[in-house]
Design a protein around this ligand. Structure first.
Ligand code: NAD
Length: 703
C-alpha cells in the first residue's frame, strides 16, 4: 500500500507507517484515508510482528484539521480509525517529534507505546478553541494518567516537554537519535522482551483520581481560568465520565459533548480569531513581483519606553540592532532599562543567563546617525512631535542606505506627512507597536498612499520574525485600534461623571470579558499621557463639554495614575491593587456638578453597551473607509492589542453574533438619550441592517 501522504515500508518484521503531510502533518481527510489503508495492508500481510507510526518533516501530527470543524462531524471516523489502530494484534509504537497537539497526541494514545525525540512537546489545547478533545483523548488519557492529571493538563492548555510527559505517565521514553530509527529499535526491544499489544482502552481509570473533591477543585479552577466560558467545564464532564462509563460508551459521550462544544458561540468565536490571525498577512492587490526585502539588522531612534521594547524584540529574534538617543545620559538610561527587562526575564525563569548575554550583545547604543547607515530597517520612536519626527526622518534620509525601510512608531501623527520629509516616501511605513513592545503581540503596519508594496511585504515578514501579529492599516488619526478606543473610553469616562464609580465601570467591563477595565488601564498608562494627547489634538474633537473631562479633572488634581499612587483609584506603595478612593469620586462628582450632569445608577448592561456599541460602530466606519482590509482584521487588533475577549471573537464578530440590528437599535436608543453627536450609526451599519447582511458577508464579498 502506498499513497502520497501515507507510506508503509517493511523493515524486517516491523511495519513502518510514515505520514508526510506538510507543513505540519495535520490529520486531514487524506491522512485518515491513508492510515485506514495502511492498517488494512498491515492486517493483510503475514510475517509482521510490530508497527511503528512516524511522521516526516518538522513534526509528528500537529493536530486535527481545524478547517473541518465547520463541516459535518468527523468523530465517528476518528473513533473507527483509532480503534482499528489500537486493535492491531501486534505492538504499535508511536515515534514522535516536534509539537504534538490535540488529535496528534490523541492518535498516539491509541498506539500501544509512545516514544519521543528530545525537544518534543505535547499538548491538549482544545479548550483554547472552545472545544474538547474529541478523538478519544478524554477517555484514553485518564486511563493512562488518571482523571485529575488529565484535566489539569487540558485546563492548563499548555504544552509539556518529554520529561514531563514521562513523569506524568503518558510517554514511555525519550529516545535519542533519529526518531524513526529509534522507534524501530524500541519496537524490536519490545519484541525481544516478549511485550505484546498494550491497549489503552483495556485499562481502567483509578477512581481515586476522580473524587467529588477533585472534580470540585478542577471546576473552580476552570471557572477561574475561563470566566464566561464552557469548554473547560465540558471537558471536566467528559473526562470524569471515563471513571464511570465503559470505554465505548465513554467515547460516544465524548462525541456528544465534543459536537455540542463545536457549535457554541465560544468555539465559533475562538476559531474565528484563530483563522483571522492567519489571514492578516493576506493583502489583496500587492503585485507578485514586489519582493519583500531582507531585514538582517535594525536601528531604533529613541531609547525610551517604546524604543527599548522594540530593540528587545529585535534581539529576541536574533537580529542585531543599534539604538540611538540624543545624549549619553538618555541613551544609558534606555540601555539600563533594557538590561533590567532581561534581568527580570532571567529571574522569572524565562531566559537563561547565557541567552541574556547573547541577546544583550546584539543591542548596541550610539549617539551618531552614521551608525545607522548599515541598518536594513530603522524605526523611529521619539517624542510625539511632528517637528521632531520630521527632523529625524530628514537625518535618516541622509544616512540610511538605499532600500532601507524607514519606519515610525507614531500613535497619532500623519505618517504621509512624515514620509514627505524624505526623498524616499515609498520606503516609509508605520510600525505601531503596543506597550510593552517586547510583550504585546499586536503590530499595526500602517501604509501611506506612497508606501511601496515591497515595503508592506517586508513589514509583514518582519512581524513574523519578531513573533508579532501584524494588521495592515491605512493612515487616519489613531489608525485602527486607538481610533476605536475613542468612543469606548469616552463613554466609560462619561459614566463616571453620571454617578457610576470607576469600580462599577471597570467591574462591568471585566465581568463581560475585557482583560482590564479601561479606567484601570488609564491609571496604568498614566492619566497625563491621555491628557497630553487630548490637548495636542483638541481641534479634532467634537464640541462636547463633558468630553474626557473626568481625565482632565483628575489630572488637574495631580492624579496621574499608578505612577503617583492615585488616579481613578488609589494605590498603595509596592502594590498595584486598586482601592476605591473617595477623593477621586468627589472630584468626579464636583466635575459633574460643574457640567450640570445629573447623577444616577447604571446597570452593568448599560455600561457594557455604551462602551462596546461605539467601539463596534467606529470599527464599521474604519471598514467602510478602507482603513482596515477586513472586519476580521479589526477583530484581531482588539483581541491582540486591547484585551478584548477572544471568546467573543473581536468587536465585529461579536456584532454579527448579537445581530447588527441589535447594535443599530442600541445606537438609536442612546442617540435618543444623549443626542446625535456620538450616537449616529455608521452608514455601513445602517446599510447592512437594511439589507439583512452581516459583516462576515461583507468580508466574504471582498475576499
Ligand atoms: P519616551 O518618552 O519613553 O521615549 C522617547 C525617547 O526619545 C527618549 O529616550 C528621548 O531621549 C528620545 N529622543 C528624543 N528626541 C530625540 C532625538 N532627537 N533623537 C533621538 N532620540 C530622541 O516615549 P515613548 O513612550 O517610547 O514613545 C515614543 C513614540 O512611540 C511616540 O511617537 C509615541 O506616540 C509612540 N508610542 C508610544 C506608546 C506608549 O504606550 N508609550 C505606544 C505606541 C506608540
Amino acid at each position: 500500500m502506498s499513497s502520497n501522504i501515507v507510506t508503509l515500508a517493511v523493515d524486517g518484521d516491523v511495519a513502518v507507517v510514515t505520514v508526510d503531510n506538510p507543513p505540519v502533518n495535520t490529520i486531514t481527510a487524506g491522512v485518515r484515508e491513508g492510515l485506514f489503508a495502511a492498517v488494512a495492508d498491515i492486517r493483510a500481510r503475514s510475517g509482521l510482528r510490530a508497527v511503528v507510526l512516524v511522521c516526516e518533516g518538522s513534526t509528528f501530527f500537529s493536530g486535527a484539521d481545524i478547517g473541518e470543524f465547520s463541516g459535518p462531524p468527523k468523530e465517528a471516523e476518528y473513533r473507527d480509525l483509532f480503534r482499528q489502530i489500537e486493535q492491531l494484534s501486534m505492538p504499535v509504537v508511536a515515534g514522535m517529534h516536534g509539537v504534538v497537539l490535540g488529535g496528534g497526541l490523541e492518535i498516539s494514545l491509541a498506539c500501544h507505546y509512545r516514544v519521543a525525540a528530545p525537544g518534543t512537546r505535547f499538548g491538549l489545547p482544545e479548550v483554547t478553541l472552545g472545544i474538547i478533545p474529541g478523538a478519544g483523548g478524554t477517555q484514553r488519557m485518564p486511563r493512562l494518567i488518571g482523571v485529575e492529571k488529565t484535566l489539569d493538563f487540558i485546563i492548563a492548555a499548555r504544552p509539556v516537554d518529554v520529561a514531563t510527559g514521562v513523569a506524568m505517565g503518558f510517554i514511555d521514553a525519550e529516545v535519542p537519535g533519529h526518531v524513526r530509527a529509534a522507534a524501530i529499535a524500541y519496537a524490536r526491544q519490545l519484541l525481544q522482551d516478549g511485550a505484546g499489544p498494550r491497549r489503552t482502552s483495556d485499562r481502567g481509570v483509578d477512581p481515586a483520581t476522580a473524587t467529588p473533591a477533585i472534580i470540585e477543585k478542577l471546576t473552580a479552577q476552570a471557572k477561574r481560568q475561563y470566566p464566561n466560558r464552557q469548554a473547560a467545564l465540558t471537558a471536566i464532564k467528559a473526562v470524569s465520565a471515563a471513571a464511570t462509563l465503559p470505554f465505548e460508551a465513554g467515547l460516544l459521550y465524548e462525541t456528544e459533548l465534543a459536537n455540542g462544544a463545536k457549535v457554541t458561540d465560544e468555539s465559533k468565536a475562538l476559531v474565528h480569531v484563530f483563522f483571522a490571525e492567519r489571514d492578516t498577512r493576506k493583502v489583496p492587490g500587492l503585485p507578485a513581483d514586489a519582493k519583500a526585502r531582507i531585514i538582517a539588522s535594525g536601528g531604533v531612534v529613541g531609547a525610551g519606553t517604546m524604543g527599548g521594547g522594540i530593540a528587545i524584540c529585535f534581539a529576541n529574534a536574533g537580529l542585531p540592532v543599534t539604538v540611538l538617543d540624543t545624549t549619553q545620559e538618555t541613551l544609558d538610561r534606555g540601555l539600563a532599562v533594557i538590561g533590567k527587562t532581561y534581568d527580570s526575564m532571567v529571574k522569572r525563569g524565562r531566559l537563561t543567563e547565557d541567552e541574556k548575554v547573547k541577546r544583550l550583545a546584539l543591542i548596541r547604543g550610539t549617539l551618531s546617525y552614521a551608525d545607522l547607515a548599515a541598518a536594513d530597517l530603522v524605526i523611529e520612536a521619539v517624542f510625539e512631535s511632528m517637528e521632531l519626527k520630521g527632523k529625524i526622518f530628514r537625518a535618516l534620509d541622509e544616512v540610511a542606505k538605499p532600500g532601507a525601510v524607514l519606519a515610525t512608531n507614531t500613535s497619532t501623527l500623519d505618517i504621509a506627512e512624515i514620509a514627505a520629509t524624505t526623498r524616499r516616501p515609498e520606503d516609509v511605513v508605520g510600525l505601531h507597536f503596543f506597550s510593552p513592545a517586547n510583550v504585546m503581540p499586536l503590530l499595526e503596519v500602517v501604509r501611506t498612499d506612497s508606501t511601496a508594496p515591497a515595503v508592506i511585504k517586508t513589514a509583514l515578514n518582519l512581524a513574523k520574525s519578531l513573533r508579532k501579529t501584524p494588521v495592515l492599516a491605512r493612515v487616519c488619526y489613531g489608525f485602527i485600534g486607538n481610533r476605536m478606543m475613542e468612543g469606548y473610553a469616552r463613554e466609560a469616562e462619561r459614566m463616571t461623571l453620571e454617578g457610576a464609580t470607576p469600580r462599577q465601570v471597570d467591574d462591568a467591563l471585566e465581568a463581560w470579558g475585557m482583560a482590564m477595565g479601561i479606567l484601570a488601564v488609564f491609571d496604568m498608562a498614566g492619566i497625563d499621557v491621555g491628557v497630553n494627547v487630548h490637548r495636542a489634538n483638541a481641534d479634532r474633537y467634537p464640541p462636547d463639554p463633558s468630553y474626557y473631562q473626568a481625565d482632565f479633572a483628575l489630572h488637574a488634581a495631580g492624579r496621574l495614575g499608578q505612577k503617583n499612587g492615585k488616579g481613578y483609584y488609589k494605590y498603595l506603595p509596592g502594590d498595584r491593587a486598586r482601592h476605591d478612593d473617595p477623593e477621586a469620586i468627589q472630584i468626579l462628582a464636583d466635575t459633574a456638578k460643574r457640567l450640570g450632569l445629573p447623577q444616577r445608577r447604571h446597570s452593568a448592561d448599560e455600561i457594557v453597551e455604551r462602551c462596546v456599541y461605539p467601539l463596534i460602530n467606529e470599527g464599521i466606519r474604519i471598514l467602510e473607509e478602507g482603513i482596515a482590509l477586513r472586519a476580521s482584521d479589526v477583530d484581531v487588533v482588539w483581541c491582540a492589542g486591547y484585551g478584548f475577549p477572544r471568546y467573543r471573537g473581536g468587536p465585529l464578530f461579536y456584532a454579527d453574533a448579537i445581530g447588527l440590528k441589535t447594535v443599530y437599535d442600541g445606537m438609536l436608543k442612546y442617540r435618543d438619550q444623549f443626542g446625535p453627536m456620538h450616537w449616529d450609526p455608521a452608514p455601513l451599519l445602517t446599510r447592512l441592517v437594511t439589507e439583512g447582511r452581516t459583516l462576515s458577508d461583507w468580508d466574504q464579498a471582498r475576499s
